[in-house]
Ligand binder design. Structure first.
Ligand SMILES: Cc1cc2nc3c(=O)[nH]c(=O)nc-3n(C[C@H](O)[C@H](O)[C@H](O)COP(=O)(O)OP(=O)(O)OC[C@H]3O[C@@H](n4cnc5c(N)ncnc54)[C@H](O)[C@@H]3O)c2cc1C
Length: 479
């Protein structure tokens, strides 16, 4: 049976002239730059504090000392270093809030293809019919402007680190410093063997809802599901929010039961699974959830509704196809990917965990889900909202230090912490809290400690956590 789908709403593209200009802010004494005069002339013509479309010459070295050494005229001291932030998710908005709290020292522009910030945490219960969405959607232009920066709703198409330029569908943005906070992207080309039509069809009809702009389509697909085989795929790690596919499975199983549907959930899992959930599937959901570990998806046919794994083919009536993830095309195109242990490029962006700088370019900082390994002990940080927000905050501190020639925070101050609340069951309600802590070992290696705490009587701790994080780190009041 063919399921209805709907194209993702296209965000309004904002041109250079339309982009929200930041409110007037006092300009503190900033670094002196050889290029400042050219840039100021370009900005005056635009009437904004940004660098859209201008192509100025650039200072040779980062930081005030370097600029001073270059002999820039004192009259040019007022120019603020330009920071472009790619993405406006958890990491980016946390960085923005930290920059605002530190004063208006930088000229900040955020670019995101989405016009709204919409949280993925807490979305599973809403998708499984457990009440309304619990976190608000935030209009990015309004929020970013209130934070003293400006927002450009556009697709970022390419980064040019050599010229320090961001190419977007709204024009070219010049930067002195770049924060790449573009999250995790689907890396599903291999599933379709180069067939772009099949890829587009599957993304449209069978999204897993691991990107905010997929949530509404996923909800519509689930509403139309009348029974049969519901397939969920779990990619090889790392992927964002590791317990989320399993949480989705138990919530959807409860939803199927409550609706009295004749249906079955199959989880094709590329990895081993999470022991806490594996037990639940076997004990509480036998017959309704079938968990198949080490079943990595090789091919998808969205028209025949089949998925191939190494030991056979699965037919489905509806599916949440969660593909392998990576840092996405921008990081790859700009040469920012890490090298895997086999010497081949990893799917994720290389980062110096002590500074959150790209080892490929000292002008580029990175924060959030797109990061590759940070420790020989545990690999990458878990791809969670709190880690992304903590890293965004830490990256902003590093950027301020670099741009204003101030002492940089220590490696220990760069370490995040994370709390994650996931459902084990909705009826009766039962949750699990996963805490992650980090410390530096004597030799500088990052050590991770994780703890799982059962919460047999949840009283809205997940909502309290999300609201506190949004308020403290992102400056968003969520009730
Ligand atoms: C179902 C689900 C449940 C989750 N639950 C939890 C939870 O309970 N707790 C928790 O801590 N975490 C949770 N997470 C994880 C959390 O949502 C992510 O870790 C977090 O969103 C990462 O933040 P980020 O800033 O790195 O990326 P994002 O929030 O994805 O932001 C990246 C932004 O970059 C933009 N972007 C990317 N490329 C481009 C481009 N080329 N041009 C323009 N814009 C671009 C995107 O539109 C996006 O807005 C969950 C995730 C999922 C999928």
């Amino acid at each position: 049976m063919t399921r209805p789908g709907r194209p993702a709403a296209a965000p309004p593209a904002v041109t250079a002239a339309e982009a929200a200009a930041p409110p007037a802010v006092a300009v503190p004494a900033g670094p002196r730059r050889r290029d400042a005069l050219v840039r100021l002339a370009g900005l005056a013509a635009l009437g904004t504090g940004g660098g859209l479309g201008s192509g100025p010459a650039r200072a040779e070295a980062p930081g005030q000392a370097a600029a001073a050494a270059s002999g820039v005229a004192p009259a040019l001291r007022g120019a603020r270093p330009r920071l472009v932030i790619v993405g406006a998710g958890w990491a980016a908005l946390a960085a923005l809030q930290t920059l605002r709290q530190a004063g208006a020292a930088l000229d900040v522009t955020l670019v995101d293809r989405q016009a709204q910030f919409r949280a993925l945490p807490l979305s599973s219960a809403w998708l499984a019919g457990q009440g309304p969405e619990r976190l608000p959607r935030v209009d990015l232009a309004t929020h970013v402007q209130a934070q003293g920066a400006r927002f450009v709703a556009a697709e970022v198409q390419a980064l040019d680190p050599g010229r320090r330029r961001v190419h977007s569908s709204a024009g070219v943005l010049d930067y002195d410093w770049l924060l790449l906070a573009s999250g995790a992207s689907s890396d599903d080309a291999a599933w379709y063997g180069g067939d772009a039509r099949a890829q587009a069809e599957a993304r449209q009809r069978f999204p897993a809802g691991f990107q905010a702009d997929e949530l509404d389509r996923l909800q519509q697909g689930l509403q139309a599901f009348a029974g049969g085989e519901l397939l969920l795929t779990v990619p090889p790690p790392p992927y964002r929010c590791p317990p989320a596919p399993y949480e989705r499975a138990v919530l959807l199983a409860g939803w199927i039961r409550a609706r009295g549907l004749k249906a079955r959930i199959t989880l094709l899992d590329a990895g081993a699974g999470m022991p806490r959930y594996t037990r639940l599937f076997a004990e509480r959901w036998r017959g309704l959830i079938e968990h198949r570990p080490y079943s990595e998806v090789r091919r998808v046919d969205p028209w025949a509704k089949t998925v191939q794994v190494d030991d056979g083919e699965w037919r489905f009536d509806h599916a949440l196809l969660l593909p392998p993830m990576g840092a996405g095309p921008l990081a790859a195109q700009a040469g920012l990917l890490a090298q895997g242990p086999d010497g081949r490029p990893s799917r994720w962006a290389a980062v110096d965990a002590a500074t959150l700088r790209s080892p490929r370019d000292a002008r580029i900082f990175l924060a959030g889900d797109l990061l590759d390994r940070v420790s020989i002990l545990f690999g990458a940080y878990p791809k969670t909202a709190q880690i992304a927000a903590e890293l965004g905050h830490a990256a902003a501190r590093q950027i301020l230090a670099a741009a204003l020639d101030r002492p940089a925070p220590s490696a220990a101050e760069m370490l995040p912490a994370s709390q994650c609340h996931v459902w084990l069951d909705a009826d009766p309600a039962e949750q699990l809290r996963i805490d992650s802590h980090y410390r530096l070992r004597g030799d500088g290696v990052i050590v991770q400690t994780q703890r799982q705490v059962d919460n047999p009587q949840p009283r809205g701790e997940d909502l309290q956590w999300a609201r506190a994080l949004l308020a403290a780190r992102l400056g968003i009041a969520a009730g």
